[in-house]
Design a protein. Structure first.
Length: 397
């Protein structure tokens, strides 16, 4: 599968001021230390290529949700520090992303220099895709590279608006890989193609379930959303999470899958807790025997065995969403076991960002996956077959 958009390799960067929209929306702890820098590392090939080609790098990104005003705890300053370590060279940090100070810093750049602008979302105009703000950003450079797959499903000034005001735009290496892997898996999968879908809600994955349901050979459902399917089959689910308005949809999806010959797997047992308190009593029960008043929190060992068997002969595996409340150790086993099973399969394995990427990271299986998406919401939108404003705004080859 080849991306149809113009990419960084087709653009002359020598001596040019190159604005690279990156996704440095990294998690920070209470002391403002970065707890996972994989998004920074993912952008390094594009940054290094621009430096090697003699371009002047102007990086811009958002971080968190500052609601359109400066907020010191969401500054990109810690990112500048980490980036400097990765690049082994000075990273100039700008206290803002537009305005005379920034223009002055840009005017002093020499080929190979790297400048990181402060958080774009400190300005409300970024998220409202304000034309004037987009034009002001564009005026800083000669070339625009979109490397922020994680924000490509948003129509913001720095992802979509900016392309109207700059002569040359293209996709970066990470953007290219994301699109090729995710679109390729869905459009031309090597079969058997297995989709593992988890997470809390069916409603958040309607489009993905519908789009993938037509293309996969097997669907495995876990996480909180499994209880909506289980209840739709007429079983008691205690106080487990359920979306009552999704029961008919779940029933229909299950039915359509069976009619099309798609193998459909639901948990056969689960770990239940007497309450949501961290120290509550837990036990493993078959899904037919969830006690009244108890909460389903994870898939059980029999489900792990069943799902692992179903994954074994797969040639393409797409996984989006954890199997339970993996943030708590007591309910992390199901997700970890599936991470190991996916890692051990002789298959092209694609992990759809967000929580799933974090779960894989915690299971120590990051290096065993073929591809881990950097964008949770963006990956979902692409898998639904939806329009990606940040991608659509780039010119075709």
């Amino acid at each position: 599968m080849h991306i149809t958009k113009q990419t960084i390799d087709q653009v002359d960067l020598r001596g040019k001021r190159v604005i690279i929209r990156v996704d440095f929306n990294v998690p920070l702890d209470d002391t403002l230390q970065i707890t996972d820098d994989s998004r920074i590392r993912a952008a390094l090939p594009t940054i290094n290529h621009t430096v090697d080609e003699g371009g002047m790098v102007i990086l811009c990104s958002h971080l968190g949700r500052p609601k359109g005003k400066p907020s010191p705890e969401l500054s990109l300053a810690p990112v500048a520090k980490r980036l400097k370590r990765f690049l082994g060279k000075e990273v100039i940090f700008s206290p803002d992303c537009v305005g005379p100070k920034v223009k002055n810093l840009v005017s002093q750049l020499k080929p190979g220099d790297v400048l990181l602008l402060e958080n774009l979302r400190f300005h409300p105009e970024e998220e409202s895709n304000d034309e004037q703000f987009a034009a002001e950003l564009a005026s800083l450079g000669d070339v625009y590279i979109n490397e922020a797959f994680g924000a490509a499903h948003r129509s913001h000034a720095s992802t979509a608006g900016i392309t109207k005001f700059i002569k040359t735009s293209a996709a970066g290496y990470l953007m290219k890989r994301e699109v090729e892997y995710l679109e390729g898996a869905v459009e031309k999968p090597i079969r058997p193609f297995v989709a593992i879908l988890g997470g809390a809600k069916v409603s958040g994955k309607i489009g993905v379930i519908e789009n993938l349901g037509k293309k996969v050979d097997k669907v495995i459902i876990g996480g909180g959303m499994a209880f909506t399917f289980i209840k739709a089959m007429g079983l008691e689910i205690g106080r487990s999470m359920v979306e009552d308005d999704m029961l008919e949809f779940a029933k229909g999806i299950h039915q359509h899958a069976l009619e099309r010959g798609v193998k459909f797997y639901l948990p056969v047992d689960c770990v239940v807790a007497a309450s949501l308190d961290p120290g509550a009593e837990t036990k493993i029960v078959p899904t037919q025997e969830i006690p009244e008043g108890w909460y389903g929190m994870d898939i059980g060992p029999a489900s792990v065995k069943l799902f692992s068997e179903a994954i074994q002969n797969a040639k393409t595996i797409l996984w989006n969403g954890p199997m339970g409340m993996f943030e708590r150790d007591a309910f992390a086993r199901g997700t970890q076991a599936i991470a190991h099973a996916v890692a051990n399969a002789y298959a092209l394995t694609i992990v759809g960002g967000g929580d799933t990427a974090l779960a894989v990271h915690r299971s120590g299986e990051t290096d065993s996956m073929s591809f881990i998406s950097t964008g949770g919401g963006a990956a979902l939108q692409l898998l639904e077959g939806g329009e990606m404003p940040g991608l659509a705004a780039l010119p075709d080859r």
